[in-house]
Write a protein that binds this ligand. Structure first.
Ligand code: KIV
Length: 271
């Protein structure tokens, strides 16, 4: 019975808790998750946010890109993750072409929230009109700027974005526009650390970096990269936390502590 009492005292974090963490200067730890077992473990360690990323197309389904991932795939994995968590905030990715108009985006975001149990959805790029429409329907949105993996066929390869000053100015402007449209969070992927620091300072909303240096408000990594169990080469900005760990749980905990204490990423993992 005491177990039941204990369970009921743990509440999932809310979007307000994440905003407060930024205001209080507490770093936000985030990891991707795709199934119930890892969800329970990541949650137990105390990671703040679990992202059901469309990276599942690569690390779970074995594709070369995230493009084949469907909304049904995302709903299924989001449900697996949200069922097993107790405290962590759950964000689900909108997959390729699932947000090409505001109405299509709203229908798909509703599936991720109603059937999947997501608390927020994430979409790539500066789709200000879509973001504003979703926010007006009561759907919390996380933006995603910098390297946009769903644009791989336009980019040609996965590479650092925002090195040129015109590109950097565009990313800063897009970040402000997403915040203005009502986004509550922003992921910045593969951008120079100085640019990410500037955006994190300028924005009111928390900025979560991946390959974006230590001065973001939080960090996210793909689970399979940081456990070194991926089938693809681990990107330079990630780190194998299993190297100095004896269990998966202690590796996830080492990552969590390193993010909280601003010990990850180092310059070795930044651009
Ligand atoms: O799909 C994903 O895992 C992501 C992270 C890389 C941020 O979007």
């Amino acid at each position: 019975m005491s177990y039941m009492t204990h369970q009921s005292t743990i509440k999932p974090l809310s979007v307000n808790d994440l905003a407060l963490m930024k205001q209080q200067g507490e770093k936000i730890s985030c990891l991707t998750a795709y199934d119930a077992s890892f969800s329970a473990l990541i949650d137990k360690v105390g990671i703040d946010v679990m992202l059901v990323g469309d990276s599942l197309g690569m690390v779970i389904q074995g594709h070369d890109t995230t493009l084949p991932v469907t909304i049904s795939n995302m709903v299924y994995h989001t449900r697996c993750v949200s069922q097993a968590r107790r405290r962590a905030f759950v964000i689900a990715d909108m997959p390729f072409m699932s947000y090409c108009t505001p109405v299509i985006a709203a229908k798909n975001a509703a599936k991720l929230m109603q059937q999947g149990g997501a608390q927020m959805i994430k979409l790539e790029g500066s789709h200000v009109e879509v973001v504003s429409f979703l926010v007006n329907q009561g759907i919390p949105v996380c933006g995603h700027l910098g390297l946009l993996p769903q644009k791989i066929n336009q980019l040609g390869r996965y590479k650092v974005q925002g090195r040129e000053s015109t590109e950097a100015v565009q990313i800063i402007d897009d970040a402000h526009q997403l915040q203005q449209a009502g986004a509550s969070l922003l992921v910045l992927e593969c951008v120079p650390a100085d640019l990410a620091r500037e955006i994190s300072m300028q924005l009111r909303i928390p900025v979560i970096g991946i390959g974006a240096g230590v001065n973001c408000d939080g960090q996210v990594l793909v689970l399979h990269d940081m456990l070194d169990i991926g089938i693809l080469k681990r990107p330079r900005f990630s780190k194998n936390f299993m190297q100095e760990a004896t269990t998966i749980e202690s590796a996830i905990d080492a990552y969590h502590q390193a993010v909280k204490q601003s010990r990850f990423p180092t310059t070795e993992h930044s651009f």
